[in-house]
Design a protein around this ligand. Structure first.
Ligand code: ZN
Ligand code: ZN
Length: 497
């Protein structure tokens, strides 16, 4: 290889974003030591080398005009024309040998190396039909020796630049013991078979979870784990959609000032997850996308926000500002969540999008709307201060939930709603808990809560002395006091007015 092409190729390699980043050393090393590339092959058929030779003096005849003439001929007739037609039909009229003046030529019989064919696809496909340079070349790590390199060399030689901005390489999928899949060993799992059992969504989610930068092992357990995560994400979306059944964003959406602290917390957590998901997609760190999606759905939303919200959504007056505010938060989160998961869980997202209020008339498909980054990713709701305060509140909640569980185990109470909790805690924790406008007993889903000063957080559980409200199941001393609704608590009496 000419010294200058090798040097130019090395310079071009340094301009490209290589993922994973060790790949740059791999391809630099290969280009440095590679031998010359013989681009002709002796085969009976392939992409022809459209060069002619003078029959008289053997002088080659090869110039742009002749190349274009043959190329036009191929395009207007068929690709085989080089092999089926005689020389006279392939040459422009009146061509003479520039050396001896003869008009008799023969054609080159060698064909191009197939690696040359694929190596110039950046010109034939990207440049001619799409755009050049390509945003991304993506293949297995064997292509540092193959396609990535042949594309680079043809491009640097003819265009002085790499034909791609980013090159991503991935490992291979092995069996559950980390062994290469091969037909003779019988350890091959076909993606089609996985899709038949689990569907394409789950297979895609599995690919996203695995760290593609190295070889990955495929096992039944790993795909089942992913199925479980998929179900959790799907259930999160279902909860959101189910609780928006009577919500019309055009009429019912509340201003941001209506959000309770819990709504604000959920919006902040979601906004941060969407920001991380956007960044992870930009960096091709797909496993981060997976973990962010699963964590947001299972931990922050399902087991905390939704768990506490259920009471409000089911029992607060239908048109109350607190219920509408929570629905607004759910709608905002759902809207961004469906967009965020669309590249991976495409069918699920598209289906969910069609059920999201205000989703369908605005845009027919989730794939026609923007990805949730920046303001569309709820960025303005990010609130570190609030999240820090809730960090303390959730620590207290963990203690309460654990004590409730223990009280249930010894049959002191049945449902947590039967509980009266006496919470001992330090001043700092009490201050944080008091600083939120949310009612602590409702954050912990118990009927009564009393706070006492102390050193550490301890929750004592007793059975509530009130009666069970038939509507919200909270135990209250108000139940039985109203003649009209003797089975309801005060809050529920208000709610149904
Ligand atoms: Zn000649
Ligand atoms: Zn009630």
């Amino acid at each position: 290889m000419p010294r200058s092409l090798r040097k130019e190729a090395e310079a071009a390699i340094r301009e490209v974003n290589w993922i994973p980043n060790w790949a740059i050393n791999r391809i630099l090393g290969m280009v440095e030591v590679r031998p010359d590339w013989c681009i002709s092959r002796q085969r009976s058929w392939g992409v022809p080398i459209t060069v002619f030779y003078c029959e008289n003096c053997k002088e080659p005849k090869a110039d742009q005009e002749i190349f274009n003439h043959v190329a036009d001929l191929m395009e207007s007739t068929e690709v085989d024309v080089w092999f089926t037609e005689p020389v006279e039909k392939l040459l422009p009229a009146n061509v003479k040998c520039s050396h001896c003046g003869s008009a008799k030529f023969k054609k080159e019989r060698d064909i191009l190396d197939v690696w040359f064919d694929s190596g110039v696809s950046h010109a034939a496909v990207a440049e001619k039909r799409l755009w050049w340079p390509a945003d991304l070349y993506l293949e297995g790590s064997d292509q540092h020796r193959g396609w990535f390199q042949t594309s680079l060399l043809t491009s640097v030689a003819t265009r002085k630049k790499a034909p791609f901005k980013t090159v991503l390489t991935h490992g291979f999928v092995n069996d559950d013991a980390g062994k290469k899949m091969s037909k003779s060993k019988g350890n091959v799992t076909s993606p089609m078979d996985v899709m038949k059992v689990h569907g394409a969504e789950i297979l895609r989610l599995w690919v996203v979870l695995e760290d593609y930068r190295n070889d990955v092992s495929f096992s039944k357990e790993s795909i089942e784990r992913v199925s479980e995560s998929y179900r959790k994400i799907r259930n999160t979306i279902r909860f959101i959609l189910a609780n928006l059944y009577d919500f019309d964003p055009d009429k019912d959406r509340t201003p941001d000032t209506a959000f309770g602290d819990l709504d604000k917390w959920a919006l902040s957590r979601s906004a941060k997850a969407f920001e991380r998901i956007g960044k992870a997609f930009d960096l091709y760190e797909f496993h981060t996308v997976y973990h962010q999606l699963v964590n947001l759905c299972t931990v922050d939303l399902s087991s905390v926000y939704f768990d506490i919200l259920k009471d409000r959504l089911y029992t607060a007056p239908k048109h109350s500002i607190e219920r509408r505010a929570s629905q607004t938060a759910l709608w905002l989160i759902g809207d961004a969540l469906i967009r965020a998961m669309a590249p991976i869980m495409s069918f699920t997202s598209e289906e969910a999008w069609s059920y999201l209020p205000g989703g369908k008339p605005r845009n027919e498909s989730v794939f026609f709307v923007d990805f949730p980054v920046g303001e569309k990713g709820l960025k303005k709701y990010q609130d570190d201060n609030l999240e820090n305060r809730f960090e303390t509140i959730w620590q207290i909640r963990t203690v309460v939930l654990k004590s409730l569980e223990e009280a249930r185990n010894v049959k002191k109470i049945g449902h947590p709603r039967e509980a009266k909790v006496t919470l001992t805690m330090d001043n700092n924790s009490a201050e944080v808990l008091g600083s939120t406008k949310e009612k602590p007993s409702r954050l912990f889903l118990v009927s009564e809560l009393e706070i006492k000063p102390g050193v550490e957080i301890i929750a004592e559980i007793e059975k509530s002395t009130g009666e069970k409200c038939a509507r919200c199941w909270v135990f209250s001393k108000d139940v039985g006091k109203n003649k009209e609704h003797p089975d309801l608590c005060k809050r529920c009496q208000e709610a149904i007015k």
